[in-house]
Design a binder for this molecule. Structure first.
Ligand code: NAD
Length: 335
């Protein structure tokens, strides 16, 4: 037997044997995937974290880089890099889909939709075979549409497919509010619902508070409008500065969501979830506040929206529905 074969067998045995606690697979070893693996390992959310990529070398390199910090930072999670070998993803508790094309490529929304859907389809249909009990966390953009697509392709119950987009937007909203108020971000509450796009996001000003005081009592309307604009353009601003999509806050947001699942934290997080009449919509996945615990989505929180907020939410939902219709045609879901 060659050295390479022996190495491969040892790797597979290692992948299958070291699971003591939770196991998380992150698909896509790009900026977002690697940053997620790093935060999850640092906080020891799982004993085993598999970073999976199609291109040989990248996942292995990122995993090795993270692991070489374990001696300094003292974490005991094992991060393994894998290229294309689905057996190493087997029996994951959570699968994060963070593969795809980042903001640098300048694609139209429709092009991005079709490319991303092709990638997500090719991945989730295989991943579900190896991890039939996993909860899927979707990050690949456009996240709302990819969440519904994953739900349809895997046949999983709706509580087990969660899109992460509006939680990042909510964190950006809180960041800009803290800047405007010159306050500690920990004292700010803020929620963004709707789609995860600059034309579909709905930052909820009425529900934003600083130490439980409504922000409209603390900031003039003109500043609040600037905060909302900055939030909605948060991703675009970072793409302009970085030349690609952001990855630090996305990785931290995914970590927080996955930690809430693995450790049953029951956190209230704005996530893209499949609606069946909630907020007046059905058969779309879109961002609304939910409780996240060991069963994934444990409860959809029905916030009362005023007329203006409902109109913005409906506009976002129509936009997502149009994209879903394009995907339905491509994949012939309605036949
Ligand atoms: N939902 C959010 O809040 C949010 C935030 C940031 C980025 N994103 C999205 O996350 C995705 C990844 O972003 P990024 O900045 O890390 O991109 P990136 O280009 O740095 O990394 C993408 C990775 O996916 C891999 N990949 C592509 N096709 C694959 C396949 N079929 N199988 C396995 N791996 C594959 C690529 O090789 C690459 O390593 C993009 O869709 C981006 O738009 C979402």
């Amino acid at each position: 037997m060659s050295f390479n074969s022996l190495l491969l067998i040892s790797l597979i045995i290692l992948c299958q044997s070291i699971v003591k606690g939770a196991k998380i697979t992150i698909v896509g070893a790009g900026n977002v995937g690697a940053s997620t693996a790093n935060y999850l390992a640092l906080n020891e959310v799982a004993s085993e974290i598999v970073l999976f990529n199609r291109r040989e070398g990248k996942a292995e390199g990122k995993a090795m880089d993270i692991m070489q910090a374990s001696y300094i930072l003292g974490f005991s999670s094992i991060v393994t890099g894998v290229s294309g070998d689905y057996t190493c993803t087997a029996n994951s508790d959570v699968v994060v889909i963070a593969s795809g094309v980042s903001g640098k490529s300048g694609l139209t929304r429709e092009e991005l939709l079709e490319i991303s859907a092709g990638i997500v389809k090719s991945l989730v249909e295989k991943l579900i075979l190896y991890s039939p009990n996993a909860i899927f966390v979707i990050v690949s953009n456009p996240v709302d549409e990819m969440t519904k697509l994953t739900l349809k392709l895997t046949g999983l119950p709706k509580n087990k497919v969660i899109g992460m987009g509006n939680f990042l937007d909510s964190n950006r909203f809180k960041y800009y509010l803290a800047e405007a108020l010159k306050a500690n971000p920990k004292d700010i509450q803020g929620l963004v619902i709707g789609g995860h796009g600059d034309k579909t996001m709905v930052p909820l000003i009425r529900y934003a508070t600083y130490k439980w005081i409504p922000i409209s009592d603390l900031l003039p309307q003109s500043i609040i409008e600037e905060v909302v604009k900055a939030t909605v353009l948060g991703g675009t601003t970072l793409i302009k500065l970085l030349g690609t999509s952001a990855w630090m806050a996305p990785g931290a947001s995914i970590y927080y969501l996955v930690d809430s699942i693995i450790n049953d934290k029951k956190r209230l997080i704005s996530c893209s979830v499949y609606l069946e009449g909630e907020y007046g919509w059905k058969d779309i996945a879109i961002g609304v506040p939910v409780i996240i615990g060991k069963n994934g989505i444990e409860k959809i929180v029905n916030l009362e929206l005023n007329e203006e907020e409902k109109a913005l939410f409906d506009k976002a939902a129509k936009n997502v529905k149009q994209n879903d219709d394009i995907l339905d045609k491509i994949f012939q879901f309605n036949k």
